[in-house]
Write a protein that binds this ligand. Structure first.
Ligand code: FNR
Length: 351
């Protein structure tokens, strides 16, 4: 039996296998509305056999976009556009989730392939970003320190986006609390220097995440799973570590933790094959919650070993899935298991 290709149940959702597509921003939406590119990108990988596809960081509010070209779920046009993508993905037998995000002080930047990098000036369509305080991400424009009313809006923005995600046909929502975006900025002592109920003690720093998860869970259908992506270390002395993050998650109504690292402040990261897997294991052990491992998981055997070792319950594949949209079909071939082929391709499945 091949664990990687075994179904995995989360609430009422049965995900056909444990090879999942990592959320990857495409920076190709217009006013937050996704289009043909997103259908091709996610569609190809649904055909390729991924059991759950996590769509890219999708902003819950316009000022929460990493770039002006990010996908969004703050209005109904965006719902209609996503519906076309989720209908296609689900018709292939895959489950589809959306990563709900607010970039906080890391919003309003140029997209990766722009010749200019850093913050987009107002004259070119940028905006004043929001953060726990006015402390800037190095090299970016300083954010405005969020007022209590602005902080109070955030859980409601996540909840409103989750309602729209349901209408858009998503099976799963993931809250993006990693990579130095808003929820992570509040969670870490390195970036949260507030002196009100949302800063200071670990409990206060976790409050925005706790309230956002609760607000989403309240509106997200009972049978549908809720995931959280965390950075299990800031790779910086004085920053968050896996046990801190796992401690926060332990008490939350979260179905699975997607365990990444870093992104909060510039840091040296010891990147290598499966470099974040030990963090997924630690979060799983301490929180008691299922985890997904991500980060240079590239081969089928490596993925199968991660699952067999009990480090995680699923693996997420990012860049390797850009090289090979059919990564799960190849994994099934290599491991001797089964992944359903699209009927159009079935003749190719002859052994
Ligand atoms: C990413 N990553 C990412 N992460 C996230 O949480 N939300 C996102 O929208 C994005 N966007 C994104 C775009 C692109 C083009 C890449 C390559 C990556 C990070 C991604 O989900 C994953 O965690 C890392 O790429 C590490 O996994 P791999 O690529 O080594 O399998």
């Amino acid at each position: 039996m091949t664990l990687l290709l075994e179904p995995y149940r989360l609430r009422d959702l049965t995900v056909p296998n444990r090879a999942w597509l990592a959320p990857m921003c495409q920076y190709s939406a217009v006013d937050g509305v996704v289009g043909d590119w997103h259908l091709a990108h996610l569609g190809a990988r649904a055909v390729g056999g991924f059991g759950l596809l996590l769509a890219e960081a999708t902003a819950v509010a316009p000022e929460g976009r990493i770039t002006p070209h990010d996908a969004g779920l703050w209005n109904d046009d965006q719902v209609t556009a996503w519906r076309r993508v989720t209908d296609f993905v689900r018709a292939q037998g895959a489950a589809v989730g959306v990563q709900l995000a607010h970039a906080g002080r890391k919003a309003s930047t140029f997209r990766p392939w722009s010749p200019v990098q850093g913050s987009v000036p107002a004259a070119e369509g940028g905006w004043t970003t929001l953060g726990p305080t006015d402390l800037a991400f190095p090299g970016y424009a300083a954010p405005a320190a969020m007022t209590p009313a602005q902080v109070a809006d955030v859980p409601e923005q996540f909840a409103a986006a989750a309602r729209r995600a349901h209408a858009a046909g998503f099976d799963v929502v993931e809250l993006h609390a990693a990579h130095g975006y808003l929820l992570h900025q509040f969670l870490s002592p390195l970036t949260n220097h507030r002196t009100d109920a949302y800063g200071g003690t670990p409990e206060n720093r976790a409050r925005l995440l706790v309230e956002s998860v609760a607000a989403v869970r309240e509106v997200w259908p009972d049978g549908k799973p809720l995931l959280v992506r965390v950075s299990a270390t800031d790779w910086t002395p004085g920053g968050l570590e896996a046990d801190d993050v796992a401690g926060v998650l332990k008490g939350l109504d979260v179905d699975l933790v997607d365990v990444s690292t870093g992104g909060l402040v510039p840091a040296t990261v010891p990147v290598g094959p499966g470099y974040q897997v030990p963090h997924a294991r630690r979060v799983r052990d301490v929180s008691g919650l299922p985890t997904a491992a991500v980060g240079l998981v590239t081969s089928a055997l490596q993925a199968e070993t991660i699952l067999r070792d009990g480090a995680a319950d699923a693996v997420l594949v990012g860049r390797e899935a850009l090289r090979d949209p059919h990564w799960p079909l190849r994994a099934a071939h290599e491991l001797g298991g089964d992944v359903a082929w699209a009927k159009q391709y079935e003749r190719g499945a002859w052994r």
